[in-house]
Design a protein around this ligand. Sequence first.
Ligand code: ADP
Length: 263
Amino acid sequence: LKASFTVVLDENDQFAGLISVISDITEEEKIERERREFVSNVSHELRTPLTTMRSYLEALGDGAWKNEEIAPQFLQVTQNETERMIRLVNDLLQLSKMDQKEQDILKERVNVVPFFHHVLDRYEMNKEETVRIDRTIPKESIFLWLDKDKVIQVIDNVMSNALKYSPEDGTIRFKVTKERKRVKIMIQDEGPGIPQEKVDKVFDRFYRADAARSRKLGGTGLGLAIAKEIVENHQGHIWAESIEGKGTKVFFTLPLIGRKRGG
Ligand code: ADP
């Protein structure tokens, strides 16, 4: 939206009022601007790991390779950066497929009660993890139409943030509530939270509430954007609520299978 203001004066040149005109910038302009921002973001995201790798490789080439203590550390850095770039390119490819609607969503009728338990069991298999996962999932069956792999990815993207930002020995709550027409899933952590003015933006591509921290934790800035795309493809919604210092809650909904009329 573009807003312009005109001050209106009365016959004595005294302030009489304000006329504001709010106009929509055209859809085309907006798409074009977003496209340019996206290309610029992608370039930046790729340049950062590449320049890091270049300086470490240069140092190795200049003799650091002979130092038995430093060399493995430097190689580890280049390996981490390479892995981040691979994750980034994979995420980008996935977004691009979803943008072109070329990716099929393979929806099937799924009882999400055992499905969610199964998805969460995977995290508990990881013995190195010190964070506890507390589940509240209804006992009775709930059937939804969904693409299982895609919904697993939504949960993975949200859970991986919750795990990354959780304090050691923290608890993550995973709560499923059946509402009248939809199922609501909440994933809550006890991490640092997200400042109020940023909490809606975290679903934008490449948006990071805390850029340095995200990069340090190996993030691509695309996880929640992908989750949003998938949830919306399932006619659901995704949002976050957070209190700084107290933790973050991410919610998403998936519609229940409608009951046939007259049945
Ligand atoms: P990233 O790869 O950076 O984690 P995401 O799209 O998954 O990208 O998340 C976007 C940003 O939202 C993150 O960089 C982080 O600042 C913020 N964020 C997401 N989840 C949480 C959370 N559970 N606690 C605190 N901040 C979070």
